[in-house]
Write a protein that binds this ligand. Structure first.
Ligand SMILES: NC(=O)c1ccc[n+]([C@@H]2O[C@H](COP(=O)([O-])OP(=O)(O)OC[C@H]3O[C@@H](n4cnc5c(N)ncnc54)[C@H](O)[C@@H]3O)[C@@H](O)[C@H]2O)c1
Ligand SMILES: O=c1ccn([C@@H]2O[C@H](COP(=O)(O)OP(=O)(O)O[C@H]3O[C@H](CO)[C@@H](O)[C@H](O)[C@H]3O)[C@@H](O)[C@H]2O)c(=O)[nH]1
Length: 431
């Protein structure tokens, strides 16, 4: 099929490359010239495992452009532009979705299907359908559930596909079935529903995941005043199949370009709809999450005293999660930036996130390796659980620095091994 993908960021670039991998002819469009230049040269504009390989092996089926008129050759148009949090509000900023749909309209007509992938407030698809249908084209909403770090495999082998279509629009579902023929042939569940349900599936999934993380982080707060260990608690409750162990890792909490802004936008939309009370708990989910960042700052103050100016702290990991260079709403980078604001010399490192972090928080002292970052530090913190930090040998780290206080913001280290090597170990929600 001939496909266009409008918006080539973390979602769109992966989607475009994966659609080519599935055998489709794909044109990716973005307004960001630098991104398009990189993609056109076969370079991934951000770090995502597996994406460079797909960009190289595109078999002549993948092109990128800033010229939206080139989409007229395609028949299926995925919209994957950003929906960030509006400044000064919890709501989603819909400017990019609206602008991309307006830009598409002159180039589509009967036989074209526009497919929204961006995460949007419920009601968006119904609003946009009027514009799209006025050209003779159709609209579907096909929310995306990929995780950064696993974006390629999540797109090629999704755990489910959701199509939001106009009631009775079999053609839109048939076209999407054709697009996703390969994953469907391996038994991927597919749910065909209306626009509102599809939009809500997406934000409710993220709200549930955020709630699960904040639940365990709330237990961490209780563990901290009772001497209990939240990691053992998570293992124990996780054995109950109704609860499950995944997404019960207590630590500095959730960040990224999705969960934080999505739970806020969901609340904002519920308020607009007059049912804000139904999602009032998401405010607590957000607050529990943000308190975990303060907890790390408190542990550092406990170790160094309240006068932090002039002290030196090593921060291992600045991205919002491992295997990504994404620092959007990163708890790690937020903690580092708040330390720097208090006059701390923050020696930060990250396997892939130094440049993205530097662009946002230039005031940190960035280093290429953990060894360089910990040298001269008085406290060492691990704030993103990259494998190379999880596997640090505490005896070796002891030869790089005089520091003997380690704060494990992701509960990802072997506490016993660090203590045995002479370190004072602090996890989150652990004795
Ligand atoms: N990142 C993820 O893991 C992920 C997963 C599922 C869903 N989503 C959702 O997908 C959407 C995109 O997220 P992202 O992380 O890829 O954001 P992003 O900021 O990385 O990418 C958005 C891209 O859209 C481009 N853009 C903006 N206006 C445009 C226009 N008018 N025409 C063409 N391109 C335009 C931007 O230049 C940018 O490259 C959001 O709604 C997000 O919530 C993201
Ligand atoms: O037990 C856990 C699990 C995750 N996290 C944190 O939660 C955040 C989000 O993690 P994850 O959900 O793996 O990353 P994303 O790539 O942001 O993916 C989420 O957001 C995407 C965009 O909407 C969705 O498509 C995905 O399904 C959804 O998992 C990260 O900061 C993690 O460190 C925890 O603190 N504890």
């Amino acid at each position: 099929m001939r496909i266009s993908v409008i918006g080539c960021g973390y979602l769109g670039a992966v989607h475009a490359a994966c659609m080519a991998e599935l055998g489709h002819d794909v044109i990716g469009v973005d307004v960001d010239q630098a991104k398009i230049d990189a993609l056109s040269e076969g370079r991934a504009p951000f770090f995502e495992p597996g994406l460079p390989e797909l960009l190289k092996a595109e078999h002549g089926r993948l092109r990128f452009t800033t010229d939206i008129s080139e989409v007229s050759h395609a028949r299926v148009h995925f919209v994957a532009v950003g929906t960030p949090q509006l400044e000064g509000s919890n709501a989603a900023d819909m400017r990019f979705v609206d602008a991309s749909i307006d830009a598409l309209l002159p180039h589509i007509g009967p036989g074209h299907l526009v497919v929204g992938k961006s995460t949007v407030p419920v009601g968006t698809a119904a609003r946009l359908a009027e514009k799209v249908e006025a050209t003779g084209a159709e609209l579907a909403w096909n929310p995306e559930f990929l995780r950064e770090g696993f974006a390629v495999s999540d797109t090629l082998t999704p755990d489910r596909l959701v199509y939001g279509v106009r009631r009775g629009d079999d053609r839109a579902s048939d076209v999407l079935d054709e697009v996703y023929r390969r994953p469907l042939s391996t038994g991927t569940p597919r749910i065909i529903t209306d626009y509102a349900t599809a939009e809500l599936v997406k934000v409710s999934a993220n709200a549930f995941l955020a709630t699960k993380i904040s639940f365990i982080n709330a237990m961490a707060e209780i563990a901290e005043v009772t001497g209990a260990d939240v990691t053992t608690l998570a293992d124990a409750i996780g054995h109950d199949a109704r609860i499950g162990r995944r997404f019960l890792n207590a630590g500095v909490g959730f960040g990224g370009g999705c969960l934080p802004k999505d739970i806020r936008a969901f609340q904002a939309r519920a308020e607009e709809l007059g049912v804000g009370h139904a999602l009032a708990f998401l405010d607590d989910v957000d607050q529990v999450n943000l308190r975990r960042r303060q907890r790390v700052l408190d542990l550092i103050t406990d170790a160094l005293g309240t006068e932090l100016a002039g002290r030196t702290v090593a921060v291992l990991g600045v991205t919002f999660k491992p295997d990504s260079d994404d620092v959007r709403d990163s708890p790690a980078l937020d903690i580092a930036a708040r330390l720097a604001l208090r006059g701390v010399r923050v020696k930060a490192t990250d396997p892939e996130g130094i440049e993205t972090a530097r662009a946002k928080v230039p005031s940190l002292d960035y280093h290429p390796s953990a060894r360089d970052a910990v040298a001269g530090a008085e406290v060492v913190t691990v704030l993103t659980e990259w494998r190379e930090f999880r596997e640090l040998d505490p005896r070796e780290v002891s030869t790089w620095t005089d520091a003997r206080t380690i704060i494990d913001g992701r509960n990802c280290l072997d506490a016993g091994a660090w203590r045995a090597a002479g370190w004072t170990y602090h996890g989150l929600g652990r004795p």
